[in-house]
Structure formats: structure tokens, C-alpha cells
Design a protein around this ligand. Structure first.
Ligand code: SF4
Length: 632
């Protein structure tokens, strides 16, 4: 909003944001809040348009703070592609931290777009990017701070239309009362089609109902209000009936060729530090592995890669235009990129002379190599992370991790011999069929890694730091484990204590997730639209920012469940039968139900499925590819 330039061109040539009274009010409150730069806009490469020449105003909203939202690649891509539409201005909105939210309320300042400072309640559309269930109250917080009615039915006019995208929309039902539309799958093309339809509606002065009915005709658009849900005595779903013209099933949308899709090379450079303060290069989408708990691994299928040439060009342009000193090679399983070694060489030829470092997300232990790591860390060394997920081979086979204990130990041996003194090991507890033996397997494996350090480390005298981190298993829609039950918080705490009691060595540090948070995540991940009332009650009791430990209030959730008469165990701790109608049954990620059932049964037998490169296991995702094959 503190406008200086537009994409490098001085603003005076284009448009100056007027100094409004809201501007002066902000000047008074910003000095009193944490990290005021979160609320000012004015960053390098932000996009400013002249409102008088703009037909459609879109607010791209992230239901968490600036530091998190600005690190989200999806937000950057959508911001860029929407702003490429003529006559459409897309602005960013993040959930303010509690101090700023209070100041906005005290000063009657409605939440505004970062670029213009204009109240988003006057915008045409608000699009939410939703990737984590605990951020749902944040959506209500943004609507409330903007002065927009929370419920879809209470917003009767054509504006503002509230739509939401992101992986959480594979079960949008807990948000059904609050959003008008869920966009299923990748938004690069889908969101533009929806906004174009809105432009037609606005020009023709359609009613909201007419717009929603027309929107339901776009592949990938789910309009909750056009589906009627009935329940059985036992509270399970009896039927989900579409009202014309809504389709019986809404299938996700994907970008066919990533090489041709838009990538943010002139991305905004934040004025304050954010969580991932670097250039992020997306190598491919989808994953060949098929880990049975992993929602992202399934919903981003089919696997589609970018070519080396395109990646090197995008990296150079993005680094040149941002000045970042780190390039992160992102995907769900980066070490599976076919030409990773050659790509790293090409990138290092460009990065090394400019002292720019490459970084990799957690690596799979089964295709880890020192040669690769040495390449990547020539500029700057950073810690190593492996994700065995389960402590025993039996349980790793149940979840189809396809990593052996020897893979993990030899990867650590290689790393320690190569001079590394720190390694993080990620595990999950509460997995289907898990026993205490599997839990103690985590302790045994961590101690074996310590043993490997003692026998093979290059710098033994510097000591070692092994971090074991356990998250709590949350059964997610669109995975083979979508029918499984979750452990109770008490059971999770018992298993965490078992690890603590047996992991008593100073070289191994243990961190664990809060089981109460994971319970709420599980309720919302598989909740039906009746859980929406709980969301509203929690928001009224405890506000937004529930993804933050210091703001999360388990008491608020518990009393909301009681108040609304919702039993969280019904959603989290109950195994479903394969023929139960699930709340997300009208949504399709392109993965066959038969495939998910087959994988679920193989899991119970402790049998693995080879990855897509070894053999296509027929998940069905390739049916989404038009004339192209999965790049398994
Ligand atoms: S269709 Fe086959 S190759 Fe493609 S993602 Fe599914 S299992 Fe893998």
C-alpha cells in the first residue's frame, strides 16, 4: 500500500494509492503491533493496478499470518496468473496476528487488500488457499474482520463470492456453510475460468443463485449449497443428493504440462522475514511412491515433471528478479526427479559464482547419495532429514514406505562419513496395526543410527545431534487409510511416554506433536457439514490462529463439541466400512476407489506395492492425462 513502483516501473507513471483516513489510522496503530511490515504491502514486485480500469477485484486470502502465507508457492502462482487477466486485480490478504486483529477492531478498520488498502468487503470475490484443517477458524476470522457475513446463506448478493481451494478441499464439508464454492485440484486454469464466468455474471447482473448454478457446470467446481445431505439414525450419511445442474461427482482439475504452466519468476520480495525466505523451484507434481497415509502423494497425482531446461531458466530468472541467496528444489520426493544430478550441475554452474546455495527438502534414504549431497551443499552445508515414518520394517511395509532399515543406516553412515554431525528422523505414531513393538522400534532405530555415527563418523570429536520427531497419524480423505481410526489423545500420550522412557541418551533429542491438535485435525479432515457449527462456536470462543500453539485452545474445541452436541470420536476414532458414504464421496481426486480399497487390504496384510516406475499399480490418475502418460 506504501506504493513506490509497479514491477520495477516507478508508480508515478501508473497509479498512486490515495492517502485515505484508513491510511492515517494505520499509521497510528502499526507502531504498536508486532512485525508491522506484515500489514503494509509495498514490497518489491507487488502488482498494482488502477481501480478505475479494473472490472473485477479479487482478494487472494491465506488463513494464517503473512510469514506463512508468503512462503506458500501456490499463493504466489495464483497471484501471478490471476493478475495476468485483463481488468482483474488480485490482491493479497493474510490473517493478522492477534495484536493487529484487536487494533483493527478497536479502530473500526475493516480488513483490506495489501496492495490497495481497500476494504475487501467491497471486492467481487475472495479466494482462500487452504492446506491445513486448523486454519479453518482463520477463514472465519478473515471474513469477520472484513465485515463480511460468515454464512454463505447470509450473503445474498452476487458480491462477494467466497471460494476456497487447496488440498483441504478434498473434503470441503466442514466449511460448507461458510464458502460458496470449493475449487477441486489445481487452480492455474480453474480459478481463471471461475473469475471469467463471474465477469459475465457481473456484466449481465446475474443473481448469486444463477452464478452458482452456472459455476457448477465448470469441471472442478463444487457448490455445497447444491447438494442435500441426509443422515442415518447412527449419524452416518444416508445420502448426498445433487440438485440440478450440479454433477453427481466433481472431478479434480490438473495442469497437463507443467513446462507450459506459469511460474512466478518475478515474485514479490517480502519486506520482513518470512518462514521460507528463498526462491522455491517446483520440479514436479505428484509422487511415484504411494505411501498409504500420504494425502499429497495421492491427490497431486498423476506425476508430471518439468524439463531440466525449463527449470534452469526459471531458477535463473527467479533468483535474478528477487536477489535471494538460496534456491530450494521442491517437490513431494525431490530425490525421485529423474535428472536430479544433472539438474544440480546446471544450477550450480549458475548459482556457485553468485554464492547462491541449493537446498533440498527431506530426502528418501533409499536413493540418498553423498555424491548428490556434496553437489548440493557446495555453497552452504545444512542439516539432513530422513523420514522413515515407522520404527519397524513390518510397519514400514504396512504404510508402503518401501524403505529398509539398511537403507536408513547406510544413508546415515554415508552422511556421517561425509562430515555430517546432525540428522533429523521423522516418524509417525498411531499408524494402522501399530503395536508397542513398532513404537520401541523407533527407539532401537535411533540408537542404531547413534551406533553408526560412533563407528563411521569423520568428526567424532564434535559429537552428534540426532533428532527424533514423531507426529500423530491423521487419517486423510483420498488415501488408502481414509477408513482407519485415529488413536485417542491418551493413547498417543502413552506411546510418546514409551519413547521418552526408552530413549534416554543425551545425543538423541525427542520432539513430538500435541495429540489434542491432531484430534481436531482428524475431526475436520473427515468431518461432515455438521462440524461447521463447531467451527463457528470455536471461532466465537477463541478466535482464529488455531494453528499456533499459543492460540490453540483445546478447551474451546471441547466445549464447542459439547455445546453443539458433536462427538469428536465419531469422526476421529471410528473405523469406517468400505461401503459407508463418506462426506467427500461427491469429490474425486481421479484415484479409483477400488485402488484405495486394494491398497488398504494390502496394508492389513503387511504387503507393499512397488512404485510407479517399477510398475503402474492402476490408481487411475493417468485417466486425467489428455494424451500424455504419467511421468511415473
Ligand atoms: S496411474 Fe499408475 S503410474 Fe500413474 S500415478 Fe497412478 S499408479 Fe502411478
Amino acid at each position: 500500500m506504501l506504493m513506490t513502483e509497479y514491477g520495477g516501473a516507478p508508480c508515478s507513471d501508473l497509479y498512486i494509492i490515495p492517502e485515505t483516513s484508513m491510511y492515517h489510522k494505520l499509521e497510528r496503530i502499526l507502531p504498536n503491533v508486532r512485525k508491522p511490515a506484515r500489514y503494509t504491502g509495498g514490497e518489491y514486485n507487488q502488482i498494482i493496478k488502477n481501480p478505475d480500469e479494473t472490472e473485477i477485484r479479487v482478494a487472494l486470502c491465506f488463513p494464517d499470518i503473512y510469514d506463512i502465507g508468503m512462503s506458500n508457492l501456490g499463493m504466489r502462482i495464483l497471484y501471478g496468473v490471476i493478475n495476468k487477466m485483463p481488468g482483474v486485480w488480485c490482491e493479497r490478504v493474510f490473517e493478522p496476528w492477534s495484536d493487529m486483529a484487536a487494533a483493527l477492531r478497536e479502530n473500526n478498520i475493516p480488513l483490506y487488500g495489501l496492495e490497495s488498502g481497500d476494504p475487501i468487503k467491497d471486492f467481487d470475490m475472495l479466494g482462500f488457499s487452504v492446506g491445513y484443517e486448523l486454519s479453518y477458524p482463520g477463514i472465519l476470522n478473515i471474513l469477520d474482520l472484513a465485515g463480511i457475513p460468515l454464512k454463505s446463506r447470509d450473503r445474498t448478493g452476487l458480491a462477494p463470492i467466497i471460494f476456497a481451494g487447496g488440498t483441504c478441499m478434498y473434503n470441503p464439508e466442514p466449511l460448507a456453510d461458510f464458502i460458496d464454492i470449493a475449487v477441486i485440484g489445481e487452480g492455474e486454469e480453474l480459478d481463471l475460468e471461475l473469475i471469467e464466468l463471474y465477469r459475465r455474471a457481473k456484466r449481465a447482473n446475474w443473481s448469486k443463485e444463477r452464478f452458482l448454478a452456472e459455476a457448477a457446470g465448470i469441471d472442478g467446481v463444487y457448490v455445497p449449497s447444491l447438494y442435500h445431505v441426509e443422515y442415518n439414525e447412527d449419524k452416518t450419511i444416508k445420502s448426498i443428493t445433487p440438485k440440478k445442474p450440479a454433477p453427481p461427482v466433481v472431478k479434480k482439475r490438473i495442469v497437463q504440462e507443467l513446462d507450459k504452466s506459469w511460474f512466478p519468476v518475478d515474485t514479490i520480495v517480502p519486506s520482513t522475514e518470512i518462514v521460507h525466505d528463498r526462491t522455491v523451484l517446483e520440479l514436479f507434481r505428484g509422487c511415484i511412491r504411494g505411501c498409504r497415509f500420504c494425502q499429497a502423494g495421492y491427490v497431486y497425482r498423476p506425476v508430471r515433471s518439468k524439463s531440466r531446461e525449463v527449470l534452469v531458466k526459471q531458477a535463473a530468472d527467479a533468483l535474478e528478479n528477487s536477489g535471494y541467496q538460496e534456491l530450494n528444489l521442491a517437490s513431494l520426493s525431490t530425490s525421485d526427479y529423474r535428472e536430479l544430478g544433472a539438474l544440480c550441475d546446471d544450477l550450480l554452474d549458475w548459482c556457485e559464482p553468485r554464492n547462491i546455495s541449493l537446498s533440498l527438502p527431506s530426502l528418501r534414504a533409499d536413493n540418498f547419495s553423498m555424491e548428490l549431497l556434496d553437489r548440493v551443499q557446495r555453497v552452504r552445508k545444512s542439516g539432513l532429514t530422513f523420514a522413515p515414518e515407522a520404527g519397524s520394517q513390518r510397519l514400514r511395509d504396512v504404510i508402503n514406505k518401501n524403505v529398509t532399515e539398511e537403507d536408513i543406516l547406510s544413508a546415515c553412515r554415508t552422511a556421517f562419513a561425509g562430515g555430517y554431525n546432525a540428522v533429523k528422523l521423522y516418524f509417525m505414531i498411531g499408524l494402522p496395526t501399530e503395536t508397542d513393538e513398532d513404537i520401541l522400534g523407533i527407539v532401537t532405530l535411533a540408537k542404531k543410527v547413534l551406533g553408526v555415527f560412533k563407528e563411521s563418523a569423520k568428526n567424532k570429536n564434535r559429537g552428534v545431534r540426532i533428532t527424533v520427531s514423531t507426529s500423530c497419524f491423521v487419517p486423510k480423505p483420498m488415501t488408502p487409510f481414509q477408513w482407519e481410526k485415529q488413536d485417542t489423545p491418551e493413547e498417543f500420550e502413552r506411546k510418546q511416554q514409551l519413547i521418552k522412557d526408552n530413549l534416554r541418551t543425551r545425543a538423541i533429542h525427542y520432539s513430538w506433536h500435541n495429540p489434542q491438535v491432531s484430534l481436531i485435525e482428524a475431526v475436520l479432515a473427515r468431518g461432515d457439514r455438521r462440524t461447521g457449527a463447531v467451527l463457528e462456536a470455536v471461532y466465537k470462543k477463541s478466535g482464529g490462529l488455531q494453528a499456533w500453539d499459543e492460540c490453540f485452545s483445546y478447551d474451546a474445541w471441547r466445549s464447542a463439541f459439547e455445546e453443539i452436541g458433536i462427538n469428536p470420536s465419531f469422526y476421529a476414532h471410528r473405523e469406517r466400512s468400505y461401503d459407508e458414504i463418506l462426506p467427500w464421496s461427491v469429490i474425486s481426486a481421479g484415484i479409483n476407489k477400488e485402488h484405495l480399497i486394494r491398497e488398504s487390504k494390502l496394508a492389513k496384510q503387511g504387503k507393499t506395492t512397488p512404485d510407479c516406475r517399477q510398475r503402474c499399480s492402476g490408481c487411475g490418475a493417468n485417466s486425467l492425462m489428455k494424451g500424455l502418460s504419467c511421468d511415473g
